[in-house]
Design a binder for this molecule. Structure first.
Ligand SMILES: [Zn+2]
Length: 199
């Protein structure tokens, strides 16, 4: 369980947003919280237990930052640079990720499930034990990456490349693949079989 405080509204199941005792929806000044979060992100390179869920950021350069146990659920990221970052146990579920650069990052035990990922770059990453289940991913590269034990179950992948990747124990079960390249990758060690319990 993540040790991030819950929203002060007793009936609310959400976590409190960073900089507030309430979630973004119950905050009196969500725009001010977003502005403060932008400043905080640029002030330090090490971030732990942030909750930026539901916020939107564009054009930030957060390269070489470290993130652990952070919530980015339903975040909207456009043109954000995360090159050579590290992410451990972070949650980007149901996020909108457009034109973002994650190249050469170390991404472990992280969740992108249900996200829409467009024109983004995950080249040269260690993207290990990470949950990409149900992502809608378009025009995106994972080239030269180690994806060991990551999951793309029921994902929709269109114009996505996995060139020269380690795909050992990577699951693509029930995924819809269109114009996907696995050139020079060990795709025979990935799992493409349909799982009978999946829709
Ligand atoms: Zn709340």
């Amino acid at each position: 369980m993540l040790s991030i405080a819950k929203c002060a509204v007793s009936s609310c199941p959400e976590h409190a947003a960073t900089g507030s005792d309430r979630c973004l929806r119950h905050s009196d000044s969500p725009e001010e919280l977003k502005r403060a979060a932008s400043v905080l992100l640029l002030q330090s390179r090490e971030h732990e237990r942030l909750n930026l869920s539901g916020m939107s950021f564009s054009g930030l350069d957060l390269s070489e930052h470290k993130f652990s146990s952070c919530l980015f659920s339903q975040i909207d990221l456009r043109g954000v640079a995360f090159r050579r970052c590290s992410f451990t146990l972070c949650f980007f579920d149901f996020a909108e990720i457009t034109d973002c650069a994650f190249g050469e990052s170390k991404i472990m035990y992280t969740v992108f499930a249900g996200s829409k990922i467009v024109q983004s770059d995950f080249s040269g990453c260690d993207l290990l034990h990470t949950n990409m289940n149900g992502v809608d991913c378009l025009d995106t590269k994972f080239d030269d990456s180690d994806l060991y034990f990551s999951r793309f179950i029921a994902a929709h992948l269109t114009s996505v490349s996995f060139i020269d990747c380690n795909l050992k124990k990577v699951y693509f079960s029930a995924a819809q693949l269109s114009q996907v390249s696995f050139k020079y990758s060990n795709y025979e060690e990935a799992e493409f079989r349909e799982d009978p319990i999946l829709p």
